[in-house]
Design a protein around this ligand. Structure first.
Ligand code: UDX
Length: 435
């Protein structure tokens, strides 16, 4: 099938390349000529395991075209909208890119075309966009098909997600849309991946409520970490114990620095803003608390760093291991790790940071945080070691080797990812989060 993908950011680039490897003819459009140039040359514009291979395979198949010219989408039967919805100044989602993408697409729509929204949008957006489509091309249909991809697993989550959700209008047009999407995802559906057909507003809410739930789960365990710390308990053991209950589950119960990235923080704020607009703000009042707990983690680490250094970080050498918001990513958007590193610099600490993938992205937004090319360089002569992103490279460090490098054997494990016994045996004072 000939499809188009509008927006070649995280979501769109991965979606476009994956669809081409599944056998579809893909036209992928973005307004940024640099990004389009990179993708057309087979270079992934961001670090994502598996994407270079998928992109290479897509290009080699000859089934994908990257372009800045939206007119090239003419002839495609299905048009995926995959542009970003960043946080606006009030916390509400900024819909500029989505609206601009639809404006660009409208003149090229033909009767029978399907416009498929994938972006995370405020509930009610699909109905509004459906109206815009109807005005210009009454025989085209707009549906919503939210994307649940996690960075680091983006390719896998695109080709084999936990479930497909189709938000479609009632009646004949909805039934036709379901049939077309089933054709797009035929291989995954044949493998038994569940698919749920719902109405438009439900599909929009599925995405944002899933992210709100995940954020709440993380802040819940971080709230327990706060209690555990003063009560002398261990939040990791607590998470293991409550996680054995199937109704709770152990996933997303890792206490630490809290959540960051391009999705969870902005999504809970946008969700609250939308609920306020709909007059039901109090239904999501708890999300403000989820946000507050999350941000307290960062402040807490800065305080702990001062305590571990005998009262102040000023003039002290701090090795920061990890800057990305999570491992296997070079993304530093709203990254707790980078935020903490920057605050330490502001407090006068001499920070040397290292991240296996995010040094360059961090330098762009926080040039004041000095980065070095290896963990060893960051660690040399450090008075304090902070592990802020749980990359395998840091989990696997040999504490005996690290002990030889540092000036003082003190480590703050912001992600509870180190083998405490091994580090203690190597002579380290080990401080975890909530334990
Ligand atoms: C998230 C959702 O998981 C995904 O379904 C959605 O489509 C986009 O948003 P992502 O932002 O890639 O994906 O990251 P995720 O793996 O969810 O992690 C988010 C943040 O939570 C990270 O900063 C991570 O370190 C943190 N986290 C996660 C915790 O602090 N504890 C946990 O137990 C799990």
């Amino acid at each position: 099938m000939r499809i188009s993908v509008i927006g070649c950011g995280y979501l769109g680039a991965v979606h476009a390349a994956s669809m081409a490897t599944l056998g579809h003819e893909v036209v992928a459009v973005d307004v940024d000529p640099v990004k389009i140039g990179q993708l057309a040359a087979g270079q992934a514009p961001f670090f994502e395991p598996g994407l270079p291979e998928t992109l290479g395979e897509a290009l080699a198949s000859g089934r994908i075209e990257f372009t800045t010219d939206t007119a090239r989408v003419a002839g495609a039967r299905v048009h995926f909208l995959a542009v970003g919805t960043p946080q606006g100044p009030t916390g509400a989602a900024d819909m500029t890119h989505v609206d601009a993408a639809v404006t660009d697409l409208l003149p090229h729509l033909a009767p029978g075309d399907l416009v498929v929204g994938k972006s995370t949008v405020p509930v009610g957006t699909a109905a509004r966009l459906a109206e815009r489509v109807r005005e210009v091309q009454p025989e085209a249909t707009l549906v919503w098909n939210p994307e649940f991809l996690r960075e680091g697993f983006a390719v896998q989550d695109t080709v084999a997600p936990d479930r497909f959700v189709y938000g479609v209008p009632a009646g004949e047009a909805g039934a036709r849309a379901v049939a077309v999407l089933d054709e797009v995802y035929a291989q995954a559906l044949a493998a038994g991946i569940p698919r749920l057909v719902v109405d438009l507003p439900t599909s929009e809410l599925v995405k944002i409520s899933a992210n709100a739930f995940l954020a709440t789960k993380i802040s819940f365990i971080n709230a327990m970490a706060e209690i555990a710390e003063v009560a002398g308990a261990d939040v990791t053991a607590l998470a293991d114990a409550i996680g054995h209950d199937d109704r709770i589950g152990r996933k997303f119960l890792n206490a630490g620095l809290g959540f960051g990235g391009g999705c969870l923080p902005k999504d809970i704020r946008a969700f609250q803003a939308r609920a306020d607009e709909l007059g039901v703000g109090q239904s999501l009042g708890f999300l403000a608390e989820v946000d507050a707990i999350n941000l307290r983690r960062r402040a807490h680490v800065v305080t702990l760093a001062g305590e571990l250094l005998g009262g102040s970080v000023e003039g002290r050498r701090v090795a920061v291991l990890g800057l990305a918001f999570k491992p296997n990513s070079d993304d530093v958007r709203d990254s707790p790790a980078l935020d903490i590193a920057a605050r330490l610099v502001e407090l006068g600490a001499s920070v040397r940071a290292y991240d296996p993938a995010a040094n360059h992205t961090a330098a762009r937004v926080r040039p004041e945080v000095a980065t070095v090319d290896s963990a060893g360089e960051a660690l040399r002569d450090a008075d304090l070691v902070l592990v802020l992103t749980e990359w395998a490279e840091f989990r696997e460090l040999d504490p005996r080797v690290v002990a030889e490098l540092v000036a003082a054997p003190v480590v703050l494990d912001g992600r509870n990812c180190l083998d405490r016994d091994a580090w203690t045996a190597a002579g380290f004072t080990v401080r975890g989060m909530g334990r």
